[in-house]
Design a protein around this ligand. Structure first.
Ligand SMILES: CSCCC(=O)C(=O)COP(=O)(O)O
Ligand SMILES: [Zn+2]
Length: 206
């Protein structure tokens, strides 16, 4: 049974996150999708195709982690399985945000390897599990694809090998997760700042 008060809180948190992220240029033109864990097998997730800066609670539906809707005729986000996979594999993940900022899109194309390494930044301590500017923070990069099930499997395999709190999809955007929505919003803000720094650093070096 879904706790309806918990669902209402999750829907409100997602609507508010959408407003903030749109105002910050993170989710242009219906890009992005958001979710909150409800229990061990369900999530509240954005319906597909909605403008993420203008969500209402009716745009947030419940699905299981395999993306089967519960009591809704809406179509879940095209990328909902990427959220479900993270909740299945990471028991501490309470919220997942996917954004389409210009910096994430550009940097994921400039970096040709399968990992962006961040190090030497004080702000990386805004990421859960990172305690020092000296730490080497891995952000895996996956090639973009329309085969979301295959991408979810690739993410699962990679997270088995490498601890991280975010990944990039090349030319597409960022996925990040955290214990709750506020921490997840902090991840988006910090990572985008770090992506901007990397882009400027690399521009200066070329
Ligand atoms: C115009 S954005 C293309 C789809 C996408 O990448 C995205 O994040 C939004 O898809 P959704 O089905 O979640 O609205
Ligand atoms: Zn996307």
């Amino acid at each position: 049974m879904i706790d309806l008060e918990q669902l209402a809180r999750a829907q409100q948190a997602i609507v508010e996150a959408g407003r903030q992220l749109y105002a910050a240029g993170q989710v242009p033109a219906t890009g992005g999708n958001f979710s909150v864990r409800l229990d061990g097998s369900h999530m509240a997730v954005t319906a597909s195709g909605r403008h993420k800066g203008r969500l209402s609670v009716a745009d947030i539906m419940v699905t299981d982690f395999a993306t089967r809707p519960l009591g809704s005729s809406l179509k879940p986000s095209d990328e909902a399985r990427l959220h479900g996979q993270l909740y299945e594999d990471l028991s501490l993940a309470g919220a997942v945000l996917h954004t389409h900022s210009k910096s994430a899109t550009l940097l994921s194309r400039v970096e040709r390897s399968d990992t962006l390494w961040l190090s030497g930044y004080e702000l990386q301590k805004a990421l859960e599990g990172v305690a020092s500017h000296d730490a080497r923070v891995a952000v895996p990069i996956f090639d973009n694809t329309q085969d979301i099930a295959a991408l979810a499997d690739a993410v699962r395999q990679r997270l088995d090998e490498q601890a991280c709190c975010a990944y990039l999809i090349r030319g597409h955007g960022l996925y990040t997760w955290a214990r709750d929505m506020n921490a997840c919003l902090r991840h988006v803000e910090a990572l985008d700042f770090l992506f901007d720094c990397e882009l400027e650093l690399r521009r200066g070096l070329s």
